[in-house]
Design a protein around this ligand. Sequence first.
Ligand SMILES: [Zn+2]
Length: 279
Amino acid sequence: MWEYKEGDFIKDLSNENIIHIKKDNVEYLQFKKLNKYSDILTHCFTLRELDFKGFNDYKENKDFITENYNKICNALDLKYEYICRPNQTHTKNVKCVYEGDEGIYLDKFKNVDALVTNKKNKALVLAFADCMPLVFFDPIKKVIANTHSGWRGTLKRISEETVKCMIKEYNSNPENIICLIGPTIRKCHFEVDKDVKDLFYNEFKNLENIDNYITKQNEKEKYNIDAVQINKQMLLDLGLKQKNIIDSKICTVCNKDKIHSYRADKENSGRNIMLICLK
Ligand SMILES: [Zn+2]
């Protein structure tokens, strides 16, 4: 938890599902639910103090980014060499991570937006600025996954693809899978025009309660979409249990002073990472 110093500007994002940690001069969020399994895994969602940048800014900022990876790895007691970071491009592509797959932007992880593994010491890392991070854990088969689901990924149902991969490749039973939804742009700030609204409506019109998740603003041709609820409903339909879907309930735009947000910072936006690693 925070170490309070007089005069510090303090904002603590902890809530019933989330713990906000400040350790070794690094701040990050963890899910209380996953911390119950801290003997076999570790995880975090980083905050604005650290910036991991997007693929296009990697070469110019490699030293700075590597230093940030080292800071968070030290805080979590992981090695930098464990990191597996794909080049995310809003696809529905899910890849399994095996021995030797560690590295940043390896060619074999080009255009990949979800990673799944049952191997130890593979830190599955994805970067976010408003897009939705979903991490998955099957405590029976000891399988983890990390998924990047922005609005395009949600339309392509990448969270569903991730669970299907866990079932097919690792024999997971969806009833056992725990899903944790990280900070993301929420319905309060996810405002779209009619064209994007139509894409969502056409894809998800058969989803239960869809009319509560896509709503029109008064007197304006603008719509607000609850992509978190849409993902939750997709996962329930696949057989996950309601009690096993844990939401951080944090909006990145509402908390832009603590979290990188693309809507708030536009093309200069930094990137937060979600990391999960079996140990
Ligand atoms: Zn908001």
